[in-house]
Design a protein around this ligand. Structure first.
Ligand code: MTE
Ligand code: MO
Length: 326
């Protein structure tokens, strides 16, 4: 940590970035110094509401949204928590950094490069990618590996619908995703806390499962920068880190692609990352979780296997030892 901060302080930020970003970066350095990559601490639960009071920014309303029958009936986590208590290391390692640091992020124009084992590779403009599809509201449970969780009314499109348009070949076994790599726009990338760009992957059957969503909004509005604007993955039966944000690349491939957290700490984060109360993280239990919005002292609730989506997805893993393929 000390070494990394020293490298950062050698760069004269004020010379290469506008003043507002530089000022924000000072905030970011301060909070980065007290948080560490992948840490299990949850100090931000109290501070997120304080931040929300000063940052009432909202996304553009989305129209023509249909309500999905796949939604949970649980009460959604308040908007302020969903948009101020985030993990997005491209904008800092503290939970309240992304809301501050991504405030000026411009998600347009936005291109998504599609390649690999597809009949229709190419560079798709974000709006062209979305236009043919109906937007759905999906209220999902969302469980971070650090044992906090929320209920989020996502707005998006099933990933399967999008992938079908690319015409996958029979060799497509996995989908590899990539986040934007641009330290000018994502100032957290100045520090090598993770290897950039952030990458993630799914097995083809996981990607094509009806629950798997490409989200473009939440609470009926376009995603804010901190939640992965303009397009991010949501896989509700997996830990939050699979839900890669601000996607610029989608490749269909025939071998298991690398994933950022697995690269960073392979014994702690596997490729599958299915929510599993029976398999502890090496540094903490996964048996319980704390719902955001309930306050720091609210009781923890039992974590459900596959985050409660077992009926829909357990069969994808028939015959696999999920304590080994974690
Ligand atoms: N590109 C990118 N995607 C990312 C992350 C990240 O740091 N960079 N963090 C992940 C983690 S650990 C979680 S829990 C979720 C958090 O999503 P949220 O901030 O919208 O709740 O985003 C995931 N997607
Ligand atoms: Mo996470």
């Amino acid at each position: 940590m000390l070494i990394k901060n020293k490298i950062l302080s050698d760069i004269k930020s004020s010379e290469i970035t506008p003043k507002s970003v530089f000022m924000n970066r000072r905030h970011f350095i301060k909070s980065a110094a007290i948080a560490s990559a992948g840490s299990a601490l949850m100090p931000g639960l109290l501070s997120s509401s304080a931040l929300a009071a000063t940052d009432p920014k909202r996304g553009k309303p989305l129209v023509g949204i249909i309500k999905s029958p796949l939604s949970t009936s649980e009460e959604p986590t308040p908007y302020n928590h969903v948009t101020t208590y985030n993990n997005f290391y491209e904008f800092g390692t503290g939970k309240d950094d992304p809301a501050v640091m991504a405030g000026d992020f411009k998600p347009r124009p936005w291109k998504v490069q599609v390649g690999g084992e597809v009949g229709k590779p190419g560079v798709y403009d974000f709006d062209d990618l979305i236009r043919p599809h109906k937007l759905e509201e999906r209220i999902y449970r969302f469980r971070c590996v650090e044992a906090w969780s929320m209920i989020v009314p996502w707005v998006g499109i099933p990933l399967a619908e999008i992938i079908k348009r690319f015409e996958p070949t029979s060799k497509a076994k996995y989908v590899a995703f990539e986040t934007l790599n641009d330290p000018e726009r994502m100032p957290g990338q100045v520090r090598r806390v993770l290897s950039w760009p952030y990458v993630e992957g799914l097995r083809m059957d996981e990607a094509m499962n009806p629950l798997t969503l490409m989200a473009v909004g939440l609470y009926g509005e376009e995603l804010l920068g901190q939640n992965g604007a303009p397009i991010r993955l949501v896989v509700p039966w997996k830990y939050g880190f699979k839900s890669i944000k601000s996607i610029v690349g989608i490749r269909l491939v025939d071998t298991m692609p690398p994933t950022t957290w697995n690269r960073s700490a392979p014994h702690e984060y596997g490729f599958y990352a299915n929510v599993n109360p029976e398999v502890s993280h090496p540094r903490w239990s996964q048996a319980k979780e704390r719902r955001l919005g309930g306050g720091y002292f609210s009781p923890k609730v039992e974590t459900l296997k596959f985050n409660g989506y077992g009926e829909e997805v357990a069969s994808l893993y028939d015959g696999m030892d999920l304590s080994k393929s974690f």
